[in-house]
Design a binder for this molecule. Structure first.
Ligand SMILES: *Cc1c(COP(=O)(O)O)cnc(C)c1O
Length: 402
């Protein structure tokens, strides 16, 4: 009898995303467990000294040390690669470890990077502070304007780095146009796809070279563990990313990888339900606040573009109030159900004031330039009944004078 412990890639590659999310990358041990096994081990033993030598020489398949390989971590990496439509994926200890590795592994002193203006606060710290410190020049552009990337590029430009939709202003980047312009110039695109996840948007289908994730967000999806991932060609992962990560060690723990594997099983269900609820909540807020920034709404200036490259608009959006920080904080303090929390991609609804939290580390002039105003609030819509969320927002808006 054939023991079905592994999977035949010629069959599994063709499975659809919802199937990949449950089964992609699974490798069974000799016990035939149905759920993925959690291998909490830092090292591996060899049958003989010659095997150890052969494995270190790369002449024998197998694992040597969990900074480099771990069976549970590899299952997650295969699953994310299959969902992404990427040749290869490596996971990291957090989203920021993934962004840092994706950039530092391929850039050297004297190189130039063009980055999107609207970005996660720590991503802006990478482009504004860390890279220049090592002699890597950076130029920041409004990523909604594809031509701006071209205009900012020079002979030594190696990378265009951006997120879409972007945190927290919900700017949308035209993936097909920007990635096409980069390809023509031999420039590598690195796309932070944390908000959409491969369930809603696959940047590589539009020509992106590298995608990077905070898997802490929708992939875990239940606010439990930190995790990150980088996807790209086998060539990029093996020859560029791996020498960096194997030696610097931003390794994802096996336990966290296992939690994210469990999270991915329900990614498709969760993100579709949360996106639907977000649209309902956004429509309500549109009747009550001066501005709702959500690409899912026809009122968003980039609605058509967003819907042409995303299956749904996701569960995160922002609003702008006229009353500045005082009114924004008053609204947060009046919430009964929605938590005041700066996390996103959680099954719980969470709301934060970016300018005093996630983006407080970005210089004030840069914050204003990127549209993170004092009256802005960001909302992550979770899996609760959207009518309960609307009722909670309704009463909090009244307390805040809206
Ligand atoms: C959260 C986030 C990150 C950072 O991820 P961590 O897992 O918190 O390190 C990077 N980019 C975006 C868009 C994010 O939302």
């Amino acid at each position: 009898m054939k023991r079905r412990t592994g999977q035949d890639p010629s069959i599994t590659r063709n499975w659809r995303p919802a199937t990949q999310a449950v089964r992609g990358g699974t490798v069974r041990s000799e016990f035939g467990e149905t759920s993925e096994a959690l291998f909490l081990t830092s090292g591996y033993a060899y049958d003989c000294a010659g095997d150890a030598a052969a494995r270190f020489a790369g002449e024998q398949a197998g694992m040597t040390y969990s900074r480099l390989q771990n069976p549970t971590v590899e299952m997650l990496e295969h699953r994310i690669a299959l969902l992404e439509g990427a040749e290869a994926c490596r996971t990291m200890a957090s989203g920021m470890a993934a962004m840092t590795a994706a950039l530092l592994s391929q850039l050297s002193a004297g190189d130039h990077l063009v980055g999107g203006r609207a970005a996660f606060g720590s991503c802006r710290w990478l482009t504004d502070t860390l890279l220049p410190k090592f002699g890597i020049e950076t130029t920041i552009v409004d990523a909604r304007d594809a031509q701006a990337f071209v205009d900012a590029s020079k002979p030594n430009t190696k990378v265009w780095f951006f997120e879409t939709p972007a945190n927290p202003t919900m700017d949308v980047v035209d993936l097909r146009t920007v990635c096409g312009l980069a390809r023509d110039r031999g420039i590598t695109t690195v796309v932070d796809n944390a908000f959409a996840t491969p369930a809603l948007q696959r940047p590589m289908d539009y020509g992106a070279d590298v995608t990077a994730y905070s898997a802490t967000k929708m992939m875990d999806g239940q606010g439990r563990v930190l995790a990150g991932a980088v996807c790209g060609t086998e060539e990029f992962i093996t020859n560029t990313l791996l020498p960096f990560t194997r030696n610097t060690g931003p390794t994802l723990s096996a336990f966290n990888a296992w939690v994210v594997l469990k999270g991915l099983e329900t990614l498709d269900l969760r993100i579709r339900r949360q996106s639907e609820s977000a649209l309902k909540v956004a429509r309500f807020l549109e009747t009550r606040v001066p501005q709702v920034l959500f690409p899912g709404l026809p009122s968003h200036p980039q609605h058509d573009l967003a819907m042409s490259q995303m299956a749904m608009a996701g569960c995160i959006f922002a609003i702008r109030l006229d009353g500045g920080r005082i009114q924004a904080h008053a609204l947060l303090d009046a919430l009964n159900l929605i938590d005041i929390s700066n996390n996103i991609g959680d099954s719980r609804s969470l709301m934060t004031h970016p300018s005093s939290t996630t983006h407080s580390g970005v210089a004030e002039d840069k914050r204003i330039e990127m549209g993170v105003t004092e009256g802005m609030l960001r909302l992550n819509v979770g899996l609760e009944d959207p009518d309960d969320l609307i009722e909670d927002l309704d009463q909090a808006l009244k307390v805040a004078g809206l």
